[in-house]
Design a protein. Structure first.
Length: 358
């Protein structure tokens, strides 16, 4: 009887979880809690101020395909660590800003740098390290972005009340660095071969065989990018991002309907839907894309009509949308992921996910 050994793939999953909590969960999912405080203090219009998020999304569109190519060529620990520094750095510098154009510059740098941190490294690492339970591992890792948002929204609100919005920017950026850098610098490896081992669920002797098969299967990036299927997936990704983009405006919306006292809780409730949707993928759901996408639309409409019930409806809608995200990401792998999967996945997730986010 052979004793089962702890597989290092689970360490990679833990690292990816902290990357998601510290990057998307803190820098992106909790950024909206600061908007009302900044607007109230500096007197910017909401439209002019939140334009920095538009620029952030556009720069992420540019950065994702570049990140996809570099992640296969440059040491992932160095690349993601530097990307995280240039993601959290501009966020921390926002604590010193007084003019709206300063947010535009910082948001542009943040958006480009986040391409190397937010999603693509986690997708790459999980795909390389898990030959079995890939969907489960992916769902758990991505759900951690929601966990980070659920925690950081009320914590950020507490910081604002105690220290003001300027110190909150600095503290949240510092927390993001502390959560991510130890794992990216010391633990993360792009593929099992970097540690002289096999992927989880991969038997000895399968590695060379699977590598040979990958050359013969899948669709090269140059072919896939011109296909109708890829265009459709690109558009679906944008539609999903279009819905989730409103999450950052939940605290501001709460103030307009007299719910500013529970704004942070509302944002956290949305994050709970985010967590449930992503974990829904790893619980065996496989045939729900159309249903959950159809369910997301009414959530948007009802949320606008019934402010008092907004928190519940949006929570359900985000659950539906995140189920869809995980499902089409998993479905993409057999057909499109080839030896060129880095640039392809980067362009798909980045451009498709951000083009409507703006």
């Amino acid at each position: 009887m052979h004793e089962k050994k702890f597989h290092p793939a689970w360490l990679m999953l833990i690292a990816c979880c902290f990357i998601q909590i510290g990057s998307i969960g803190t820098i992106s999912n909790a950024a909206g809690i600061l908007i009302p405080a900044v607007l109230g203090d500096l007197g910017f219009s909401q439209g002019s101020f939140t334009l920095y998020m538009t620029l952030q999304g556009l720069c992420a569109v540019v950065g994702m395909p570049i990140a996809g190519k570099l992640l296969n060529k440059v040491n992932i620990r160095l690349l993601v660590s530097v990307g995280m520094i240039f993601t959290a750095g501009p966020f921390m510098l926002m604590s010193r800003f007084t003019e709206v154009w300063q947010w535009y510059i910082a948001g542009s740098v943040l958006g480009f740098a986040s391409s190397f941190v937010f999603t693509l490294p986690t997708v790459l690492v999980i795909s390389n390290w898990f030959k079995k339970k890939t969907g489960q591992a992916m769902g758990i890792a991505m759900a951690c972005a929601g966990i980070g948002g659920a925690i950081m929204n009320p914590l950020g609100n507490f910081f604002i009340q105690q220290f003001g919005w300027r110190m909150t920017y600095f503290l949240m950026g510092a927390i993001a660095l502390v959560l991510v850098l130890p794992f990216t610098l010391l633990l993360v490896r792009a593929k099992p071969a970097d540690m002289g081992t096999l992927a989880y669920g991969e038997e000895a002797g399968e590695s060379q065989e699977s590598a040979a098969q990958q050359v013969l299967t899948g669709v090269p990036a140059k072919v896939a990018l011109r296909s109708l299927s890829f265009v459709c997936i690109f558009l679906v990704a944008g539609c999903i991002a279009f819905c989730t983009a409103f999450i950052q405006l939940v605290p501001t919306f709460a103030g307009t309907v007299g719910l500013s006292a529970i704004a942070a809780f509302m944002a956290s409730a949305v994050m709970i839907g985010n967590i449930a949707g992503k974990l829904g993928h790893c619980s065996g759901l496989r045939k729900l894309p159309a249903a959950v996408l159809n369910g997301s639309g009414p959530g948007c409409r009802f949320g606008g009509r019934f402010p008092a019930g907004y928190i519940h409806v949006l929570d359900c809608r985000v659950y539906a949308v995140n189920c869809a995200q995980r499902l089409w990401l998993k479905g993409l792998q057999p057909d499109f992921l080839h030896s060129d999967h880095g640039p392809l996945a980067g362009g798909f997730i980045g451009n498709g996910g951000d083009w409507l986010h703006v």
